[in-house]
Write a protein that binds this ligand. Structure first.
Ligand code: F6P
Length: 558
């Protein structure tokens, strides 16, 4: 149970399952939701696209291919209000300790607020300015050919955000720098990077909020040993840290540290010093654009009414699908290759935030929380798992992210420019077509009409083949549309995702900002580590372990 001084910061609002809106949604689902048909909805309402699309900063969202009507959205908005989503949002933005189990404020939004407009502004801008001066100095060293590789060593939020953003903004990145992201404690990860690097031309960024994470510390030690063995020069010129634990970084031998604070959650930290690799890649002005895009989305989230508030609407759709339709996962399909790490980033953002089983008072929840979030960039996913999305037994809502203008370039030859423009049209046509196919499907009659006879030698008759070629359709999707993938639009897109997760978390009455679920395995891993080093045969130390773990340990010992 939670201490009394935290209890008073808890919401005075009812839990979602005790609201009138929840009961109304249950009734609405039984009466209209279960049998809702998208094709009929579009036939009934030619203005459905206009009615169900939302313009937010940098992001246009088409929500019309979702299994909702006006009544669904009305009840969902009521649900948000009854659960206090707006009040909790305001509490977060004001710096109240809404992370109740850690007694912490949640202020990643302060990292992208202009000076003087949010809590901790002085500290935030002092570090930001220093970090951006350093980032630009690294770019100057790279211009002179003195630096070629930037290796970020971190894991989870200290890896996925910067890695995703640097890949997404490759078109804006310094042309002479290569970026690597090492996270896994598996030495194959760092070894593959070090094999290609030269110590004197490499900058290591040791990124860890705590500066105690086993994987990061192990990789940092390996990097230091490699650097010293290779005669790279002075540690202080080639290692920097991004951490809240400045003392630990100093003990490691790092002189230059960019700090941040316990009110920045790991998975919300790319806007802080953890974003240093992004700042090096795109420069100070690019990083400020990223922050500005996020800030614009923050303002939309803070000001738009629930009915036009895109992050809230997406979070509420997640609740609708998870708790009423019972859908267990959501697939993300970014149709821009630069966003290839977005699904992995979103997995941590959503599943570490909302993968919780008790409410904020510690009571076991009677309803489901985070869906599984997964995906691959389009069109690759189409040739892998989209089969299941179209014809599998489960309905999986899909989120398409389309980017109108491409930045791809491969020289100035007209023929190449034309070829790439044509590829961009193919990409967009594919994304649109997948959403359309999921919604429209293909009836058995249509399949039969298209192919009234099975080809000779198939061994099936026409009707059987038609059954295999039938698509049920009515499968929901959302399309998020960006004009271009730029630092600004990426910032807005990521902030949109953060606030959507927040919205669903408030409705579910969970603490979206702790992550106790990673503790148990970490602790057990530390206890098993010395047992792996023991010589084969010395089994006395395995007593007390479950027999499965003991059996596997015996096999793994040298
Ligand atoms: O896996 C748990 C976690 O605490 C994440 O939330 C965090 O992003 C990651 O570990 C890395 O932690 P740190 O930045 O402290 O090394």
């Amino acid at each position: 149970m939670i201490a009394d001084d935290h209890r008073q910061t808890m919401t005075p609002f009812p839990r979602c399952d005790a609201t009138a809106a929840w009961a109304a949604l249950r009734g609405h689902y039984e009466a209209h939701g279960r049998e809702f048909d998208l094709r009929e909805a579009f036939a009934r309402d030619p203005a459905r696209f206009e009615r169900l699309s939302v313009e937010a900063p940098e992001v246009f969202a088409d929500l019309s291919k979702n299994l909702v009507d006006a009544a669904t959205l009305h009840f969902l908005a009521d649900l948000a209000r009854e659960c206090g989503v707006e009040a909790q949002r305001d509490a977060m933005l004001a710096g109240e300790p809404i992370n109740v189990t850690e007694g912490r404020a949640v202020l990643h939004t302060a990292l992208r607020a202009p000076p003087g407009t949010a809590p901790h502004s002085g500290d935030v801008h002092a570090v930001l300015d220093a970090m951006l001066v350093f980032a630009d100095s690294v770019r100057v060293r790279a211009n002179g050919g003195k630096l070629r590789q930037v290796v970020n060593i971190g894991i989870g939020g200290s890896d996925l955000g910067p890695q995703m953003a640097v890949a997404a903004l490759a078109g804006f990145a310094h042309p002479k720098l290569e970026f690597h992201f090492v996270s896994n404690v598996d030495g194959h990860d760092i070894a593959s990077v070090l094999r290609r690097a030269v110590p004197a031309e490499t900058l290591f960024v040791i990124a860890s909020k705590t500066f105690t994470t086993q994987e990061t510390m192990a990789n940092a030690e390996t990097a230091k040993a490699w650097f010293l063995a290779g005669g790279g020069g002075r540690i202080e010129d080639h290692f920097v840290a991004a951490t809240t634990n400045v003392d630990a970084a100093a003990r490691f031998g790092i002189a230059r540290t960019f700090g941040f604070w316990d009110w920045v959650g790991g998975r919300y930290s790319l806007w802080s010093a953890i974003g240093l690799p992004i700042a090096i890649a795109v420069g100070a002005s690019g990083f400020r654009e990223l922050l500005a895009g996020a800030r614009a989305m923050d303002e939309h989230f803070a000001e738009a009414p629930v009915e036009r508030n895109l992050p809230m609407l997406l979070g509420l759709l997640d609740v609708w699908y998870r708790n009423f339709h019972g859908f267990t996962s959501r697939s993300v399909a970014p149709y821009h290759h630069g966003l290839k790490r977005l699904p992995a980033y979103l997995q941590q953002l959503e599943m570490e935030s909302n993968g919780k089983r008790v409410d904020r008072e510690g009571r076991t929840l009677p309803y489901s929380t985070s869906p599984v979030v997964w995906g691959e960039p389009g069109t690759n996913g189409q040739h892998a798992y989209f089969q299941m999305l179209h014809q599998g037994t489960d309905t999986i809502p899909v989120e398409f992210i389309l980017v109108k203008e491409a930045d791809a370039s491969a020289g100035s030859a007209t023929a190449v420019i034309d070829a790439l423009a044509s590829q961009q049209r193919m990409l967009l046509a594919n994304g649109l077509a997948q959403a359309q196919a999921l919604m429209l499907g293909r009836s058995t009659a249509e399949a039969l009409a298209e192919q009234p006879q099975a080809p000779a030698g198939t061994g099936v008759d026409a009707a059987t083949l038609a059954a295999h070629r039938t698509f049920p359709g009515n499968r929901p999707s959302t399309t998020l549309l960006l004009e271009r993938l730029t630092p600004r639009s990426l910032g807005a897109l990521i902030a949109l995702c953060e606030h959507r997760v927040f919205t669903a978390g408030v409705v579910w009455d969970i603490d979206s900002f702790d992550q106790w679920g990673v503790e148990l395995g970490k602790g057990l891993g530390n206890r098993l580590l010395p047992l792996l080093a023991a010589p084969t045969g010395a089994d006395a130390d395995l007593g007390g372990l479950d027999v499965s773990t003991a059996g596997l340990l015996r096999r793994l010992r040298p």
